[in-house]
Ligand binder design. Sequence first.
Ligand code: CU
Length: 823
Amino acid sequence: MSVKSSMSFESEQLNDEKCESFLTGTRYVTQCSQIKKYPKKCLRLPVLTLLTCCALVIVTLVTCILIIVYTFKHPYTHKPRCQAIQDGDAMELYRGSLNPFSELREEEIQNVVDFLFAQPNLKLTHPSKAGINSNYIHVIEMFLPPKKDVLNFFSHGRTPTRMARAYIFKGNQSAPVVEEYLVGPLPKPYNISLMASSSRKTSIPYTYRPFSKFEIKAFYKAIVPKIMGKIASLLKESYNATLSNCGKQCLRFLITPVSSGFLEEGRRKSWFWFAYDIEFYTLHPLDFQFLVDTTDVDPSRWEIQNVFYANQHFVNLDELSYRYNEGTINKTRLSFPHTSVEEQYSAVYLRGEAVPKDLKSPPQQRQPSGPRYTVNGNQVNYMDWRFHIRVSPTLGAQLFDIRYKSERIIYELSMQEIAVLYSGHTPAASMLYYADSAGLFGTRLRGMMPGVDCPDHGTLLDVMAYTSNEGGLKQLEKSVCIFEHNTGTLLRRHRAYGMSGAFYSGLVDYVLVVRVYICIINYDYILDFIFHNNGGVEVKISATGYLAASFYYPEEEKYGTRISDTVVAGLHHHLFHFKADIDVKGTDNRFQTMNIGHERKVNQWSHDPHNAHSQNFFIKDDKRTEKEALYNFDFQHPKNLLFYKNDPTPLGHTPAYRLIHKGMTKSIIEEDTGFEPSVSWGRHQMAVTKQKDDEISSSSMFAMWDAKDPVVNFTKFWEDNENIVDQDLVAWVTMGSYHIPQTENVPTTGTVGTDLSFFMVPFNYFREDPSLSSRDAVKIMPLDAKSPLSGAAVERYNTTLHYDCLAKKIDSELLTNSTFLFS
Ligand SMILES: [Cu+2]
């Protein structure tokens, strides 16, 4: 069996080097040279051949001169080297053979749409013609089969029935509502029923619906004329810009949805705030905000109920207009930013002294033997790993049936919610609580730029989704990237030195990464699922993109950081929630913490009975119920978190996977008030519950609005306090960070130091480090154990790496001198 060579860094220094491998007898020989050499045997050839050689030399010389001239004129193309690995179009996640995790195919979606439109009682309108007072399909997605059916499929091959779930917005009835339906069986559905669920509401107040493009359209139609009719001159005088017929000096608006937790029953309201419509508008907020009651499905009945201008409140536009004209209020006077877009503080353009000064190209990664993973439809194989990918329109990228060395360790690994809780002085800033699933995560995954968002050797996948915001069915091109990555760090190594017993062993931490970007208005979230070669899985998320900001007043000082003369960016709490359905050697597992304690231990070797020292020990603490398993980090009581199978190994261990939490945070806003009930999962760093098919997700697309009576109330997942001993367990992991903005977040926020992650790693699961089987490892032994400096033999198990020219050179030098390793 051939061993493909590993991923390696390719730096500029190697660019001029040429290596060739050829067979001599039974041995491969690798030859490296710095400069191209023409074979000497040319000289012995006949005159014709000699002339041909000379002609070639002349052509080469002319070509070289032309290249030098071109390079001088075009410094950016210095040393061009095209090494594209990716060929052809992106692959389609929804192709390949069907399995229980396959998202709906185009033809299945079309059948569901046709079937729903054929139901006379639904009175559906096509998304291209719909409004908020219509009945329309908001989302269609695959309804995940019950876990036991899927496991049955794995063991007995009985395919679970494919079903779809559809969210239908019913604005065209006397009591508007959103309803979740189960539709099937697929591919040709003939049944429809309101989804039955004990873990979430499936008939949802219309006021809890997420924003839609129809609502934005209605706002422009119903509210903008009211504003322009009453205060167009105020806007022009105050901001030197307007909302309509504005040429190059336009205003646009941002929205703060007001959670139902702050409103009287049955109302839907939002604060709208103006910003200059230039790159990028969230960094150009103005001091004009207004509250609109959008409860009625007829936008002509929408009312502006409060206005905030120049740090003053007014009951409506009439009062503002009257007092403004009367001259009894403070007035704002700003000029439209006239500098070119390149000079805007908020725009991302090249500025400052050039780096790198010599414009050498950055390091690249390459796959000398091609990809070492395969993607077949939604199934991915990499080394000892195998798993399935699904992109759900509502929840985004999810991984299923994650197996290592053929054993499933995680049934489902997925993100549940992204929330951002802002603070501020003005009403729009202080009411700003985002639960981003309203934006439908699966449709926020969009094209990736090869070589920037994802290495250019990565595999890009297209995704298909049906949502009303996208006008129906839409292919989201190049939305998922899979790539193997040389992390440039080690998975393991050791160098033993000295005059006996010297050796070296090392293994680079090569990983497979599944990456998506979730781009929601101002923020871009990078979500990576990372597979290491020792059985460890990592989930990492970080945020980049733009800050959300407000107009500066001194009152904002305690809430935010001033980032320009008129702009302040508010403190906010990023919160992320993840689900990990863990299966360690089957579905019956236990959750245990290994608690670190300390004791005073008398030193019995001493004659002094008071001679003692303090040291640590650990005790195992099995959690029996869901409430016992709620995990709140406590510095005074360190602990390891383990999920294990109660099936002791010969050494008496119970095989486990350990959850390592590297993104801990806690929401400290008051519980059960305002927006908080919508993100009650933020109260704990982790919860462990008994698996239920019905508990699909800890949040929902309604979380932005539903705090008064959450559609999914996460506390109910654990409040029934079920037994979790030898049960199928799910870990719910909260990560997050408090972001106090800083001037270096302008124009965009960087990712350095802000990524959050958790790991699942084997713990007494294997008898030894499973990465020992990796042929990417390197072992070095002295030729003479008693003279470790005088030469050593390098063992490279991956034979293709062995013929890499740099490796060959190092191995050759080590044969006679191993001082640098073993001295
Ligand atoms: Cu932030």
